[in-house]
Ligand binder design. Structure first.
Ligand SMILES: Nc1nc2c(ncn2[C@@H]2O[C@H](COP(=O)(O)OP(=O)(O)OP(=O)(O)O)[C@@H](O)[C@H]2O)c(=O)[nH]1
Ligand SMILES: [Mg+2]
Length: 434
C-alpha cells in the first residue's frame, strides 16, 4: 500500500488491482495500477492509495473479501475518499455490494475509460459513439444503486448519458440504443456523400497506444492540422485527416485516430468501429510507439490485438518509434535499431528524424505507383495539362509534332487515368520493374 496526498477540488481515489504470481506478478500489476492512476488523473481524481490483492482471494460477492472491505471502509471514511476504482472488471453485484459497504462510488476500469471518453467527446459523432457504448455497458447494470449514486454525486461516474435515460427501464434504454445507432448511420452516410467523388489520393493512418504521440506527429508532418495533443490519455477521439505533401504532385492523406489501451472496453471498440473502418482501410498504417515507456512492447501487442478486433488485417504497417529524446539510456537506441531494423526512430516533439520518416512514407507510397508512357499530339493540351496536374510526370520528349510523356500514377487512380489514355498507350509497366 502506498499513500499519497492529493490536490484540492479533485476527487480522492483508491485503486485496487489483483495479482496472481507467477503468471501475473505483483510488479506487472503495479504497472497496470500506474496506468490506472493516469486514467484516474485524466478523469479528475488523485490517487490516495493503491491496494494489490492476491487473485485467489477474490470474493464473488464483494470482490475483496469481508476483512479487506472493512479495513478499506475505515480508510475511505477517515480520508473522505470519493471513489474506489478497480483495475479488473466488477460484476454488477460486486460493484453494488462494495458501494454499500464503502459508502462511496465504485467503478471498474471499463467504467472509468467510458467516463473519460464521455468527458472528452467533442463532435456529435463521438458523443453518439460514446453514449452508445455507455448504454450498452449500463444495460446489464440497470438495477438502482449505480444509477442512484450517479444521481446523488458529481464527479467521476456522474457524466452518464443523462438523467432521463438512467431512470428509464431497459426497454427505453434499448430504444435509445436503436435511435443512436440510426443517428450514427446517418452521420456516416452524410460523411460518405461528402467524401465521394474526390480525387483518389493514397491514404495513411496513424495508429497507436494512447499518449504515444500520434497527434504531435500529425502536427509536425502537417503543421496546419493543429491536432490537440497533451499529456493526458485519450486526448484524441475524432479522426482528423489532412493532406501531407511529400513531393510535388505526391500527396497522401494522413489521418490521426483515437488511441488504444489495454482492456479497451469492447463496447467502445464496437461503437468506434464504423468510423475507424474507413481510415484503417488506408493504404498503409504508421504504428506510433512511445519507446520511452517501460511497457512499450506490451503496448505494441495491445495495438496489434485491437486492430485485429477491429477487423484490420493489415500487413502494410510501418513501426514508428517515437520519443527517442526521452529515452533514459540513450545507448538503448542502438540495441532497439538492431532489434527492429525495419522501424523508424523519431522524436515528434523535437522534430528529430522527421525528414527520414517522410522519405520512408514516400518510398512506401512509391511502391504503389505504376508508370505509364503516352504519345500524343502537342495540341492535346487538355490531356497533357490534366496529367501534369494529377500525376507525377517524370519525363517529356518532343517527337515531330508529338509529345511523349512518362508519368507515375498511384494504383488507386489507375483505372481513371487508364480510361483517359487508353488509345495513346505505348508502354505500361510498374515502377518496380524499372
Ligand atoms: N518527450 C517527448 N514527448 C512527446 C513526443 N511526442 C509526443 N510527446 C508528448 O506526449 C504526450 C502525448 O502526445 P499526443 O500527441 O497527444 O499523443 P497521442 O498518441 O495523440 O495520444 P491520444 O490522442 O491520447 O491517443 C504529449 O504531452 C506530447 O507532448 C516526443 O517525441 N518526445
Ligand atoms: Mg491524439
Amino acid at each position: 500500500m502506498n499513500i499519497t496526498t492529493c490536490e484540492k477540488n479533485r476527487e480522492k481515489a483508491v485503486l485496487i488491482g489483483l495479482c496472481s504470481p507467477p503468471e501475473l506478478p505483483r510488479t506487472l500489476v503495479e504497472e497496470y495500477l500506474q496506468e490506472l492512476a493516469f486514467l484516474a488523473d485524466t478523469a479528475g481524481a488523485d490517487v490516495l492509495m493503491s491496494i494489490i490483492q492476491e487473485k485467489k482471494q477474490r470474493d464473488p460477492a464483494s470482490f475483496l473479501g469481508k476483512g479487506k472491505v472493512d479495513e478499506l471502509a475505515v480508510f475511505v471514511k477517515e480520508n473522505a475518499v470519493d471513489i474506489v476504482i478497480c483495475d479488473d472488471d466488477l460484476t454488477p453485484v460486486q460493484a453494488r455490494n462494495l458501494e454499500r459497504a464503502l459508502e462511496c462510488k465504485v467503478i471498474d476500469r471499463t467504467g472509468l475509460i467510458l467516463q473519460i471518453f464521455a468527458i472528452r467527446a467533442q463532435s456529435s459523432q463521438a458523443k453518439i459513439q460514446v453514449e452508445l457504448a455507455q448504454l450498452e455497458y449500463m444495460l446489464p447494470r440497470l438495477s438502482g444503486q449505480w444509477t442512484h449514486l450517479s444521481k446523488q454525486k458529481g464527479g467521476i461516474g456522474s457524466k452518464g448519458p443523462g438523467e432521463t435515460q438512467i431512470e428509464t427501464d431497459r426497454r427505453l434504454v434499448r430504444n435509445r440504443i436503436s435511435l443512436l445507432k440510426r443517428k450514427l448511420r446517418e452521420v456516416l452516410l452524410q460523411h460518405d456523400t461528402q467524401t465521394r467523388g474526390r480525387l483518389i489520393i493514397p491514404r495513411v493512418a496513424l495508429v497507436g497506444y494512447t499518449n504515444a504521440g500520434k497527434s504531435t506527429l500529425m502536427n509536425i508532418l502537417c503543421p496546419e492540422a493543429e491536432a490537440f495533443a497533451e499529456n493526458r490519455l485519450f486526448a484524441t477521439l475524432d479522426t482528423k485527416t489532412r493532406r501531407l505533401e511529400l513531393k510535388i504532385n505526391k500527396l497522401v492523406l494522413l489521418s490521426d485516430t483515437v488511441g488504444f489501451i489495454r482492456k479497451l472496453p469492447h463496447h467502445l471498440v464496437e461503437s468506434f468501429k464504423s468510423t475507424l473502418d474507413e481510415v484503417l482501410q488506408a493504404d498503409f498504417l504508421l504504428h506510433v510507439i512511445d519507446v520511452s515507456h517501460p511497457a512499450f512492447e506490451e503496448q505494441m501487442v495491445v495495438v496489434r490485438d485491437t486492430l485485429r478486433e477491429l477487423g484490420v488485417e493489415h500487413d502494410n504497417i510501418i513501426d514508428v518509434f517515437n520519443k527517442i529524446d526521452a529515452l533514459e539510456d540513450p545507448g538503448a537506441l542502438g540495441a532497439l535499431r538492431m532489434k527492429y531494423p525495419e522501424a523508424v526512430f523519431v522524436s515528434a516533439a523535437r522534430g528529430l528524424n522527421i525528414a527520414v520518416l517522410k522519405e520512408i512514407i514516400s518510398d512506401h507510397v512509391a511502391l504503389d505507383y505504376r508508370e505509364r508512357k503516352i504519345r500524343t499530339h502537342v495540341s492535346n493540351y487538355k490531356l497533357i495539362g490534366y496529367l501534369y496536374e494529377h500525376t507525377e510526370v517524370v519525363s517529356k520528349r518532343y517527337l515531330d509534332e508529338d509529345v511523349e510523356l512518362t508519368f507515375r500514377v498511384h494504383k488507386n487512380s489507375l483505372k481513371h487515368i487508364d480510361a483517359l489514355i487508353k488509345p495513346l498507350l505505348i508502354h505500361d509497366y510498374a515502377v518496380a520493374d524499372l
